[in-house]
Design a protein around this ligand. Structure first.
Ligand SMILES: NC(=O)c1ccc[n+]([C@@H]2O[C@H](COP(=O)([O-])OP(=O)(O)OC[C@H]3O[C@@H](n4cnc5c(N)ncnc54)[C@H](O)[C@@H]3O)[C@@H](O)[C@H]2O)c1
Length: 254
């Protein structure tokens, strides 16, 4: 069955890599983003469609989800990749407006999207395969980095994934997350270019000694949304080049 796959943040980075994984598999991708020029261009390239959607805005989420289901059909897969990265900051000097914006997009945005889509999937039940949701968490779900807004949003997304998996599991809807390590997306590249991230330092923190590629996150996400993962729900799967495995090793001399 060709699935309708809605990808927030689909114009760039991990969201775009996921769309690029689903489209050749025969699925219909709907990219949703604030970056209209890139979103429209990528949707055209993938033979899909594009919607201007602000995940932090409840009315934008509700209107777009309703319109997609009216005009295209049931959303079978939801991918919540819209998100904002953060530079390292000290809590005392970190602007509260920036803190709140990161929470609004990363956590509340994922929550609003799940709230709009999961009940619709649940009502349809197993008729269309049950429905699947993929949240994009982070290694920050498990270990803290010096990012006083970003890190807690990703811990919360990991928690939300489990909460919703429990609520919607009886209706056959599966809800999982991937937890990428340092991934070379446009957002990460711009931080490297501005000197806010050190690529060599990040590479050295993973046991595989390199950054994650967006396509590697996409491959794991595609699996979690596929029938091959039909018994898997509520997990937050690290795709981190062994970042967490390497932590304790880095404390011993080699
Ligand atoms: N790059 C990494 O190292 C990394 C690691 C772990 C998790 N992540 C997560 O992956 C996700 C994607 O990040 P990325 O690195 O691909 O970034 P990116 O900037 O390349 O892509 C993010 C996309 O989200 C869109 N977006 C931002 N705010 C939005 C909003 N309010 N509504 C709709 N779209 C919006 C942007 O326009 C952009 O197209 C984020 O949730 C991020 O936290 C990234």
């Amino acid at each position: 069955m060709s699935r309708n796959v809605l990808v927030t943040g689909g114009a760039s980075g991990i969201g775009l890599a996921l769309a690029r994984r689903f489209a050749p598999a025969g699925d219909r991708v709907i990219l949703a983003d604030l970056n209209d020029a890139a979103g429209q261009a990528m949707a055209k390239e993938l033979g899909g469609s594009y919607r201007h959607l602000d995940v932090a805005d409840e009315s934008s989420v509700e209107a777009n989800v309703a319109a997609i289901e009216d005009e295209i059909g049931a959303i079978d897969v939801l991918i919540n990749s819209a998100g904002l990265l953060q530079n390292a900051a000290q809590t005392e000097s970190f602007p509260l407006e920036e803190h709140d914006r990161i929470w609004a997009v990363n956590y509340r945005g994922s929550y609003l999207m799940c709230r709009a889509c999961a009940p619709r999937m649940a009502k349809r039940g197993p008729k269309r395969g049950g429905g699947a949701i993929l949240n994009i968490a982070s290694i920050n779900s498990f270990t803290p980095l010096p990012l006083p807004a970003y890190t807690p949003t990703k811990a919360a997304i990991g928690s939300l994934t489990g909460v919703l998996a429990g609520e919607f599991g009886p209706s056959g809807v599966r809800i999982n997350a991937v937890a990428p390590g340092f991934t070379l997306t446009p957002a990460m590249q711009s931080r490297i270019d501005s000197g806010d991230r050190d690529p060599v330092g990040m590479e050295g923190l993973s046991t595989l000694g390199r950054l994650v590629k967006p396509e590697e996150v996409a491959e794991a996400g595609f699996f979690l949304c596929s029938d091959a993962a039909s018994a898997i729900t509520g997990v937050n799967l690290p795709v981190d080049c062994g970042y967490m495995a390497a932590i304790s090793y880095n404390t011993y001399p080699s």
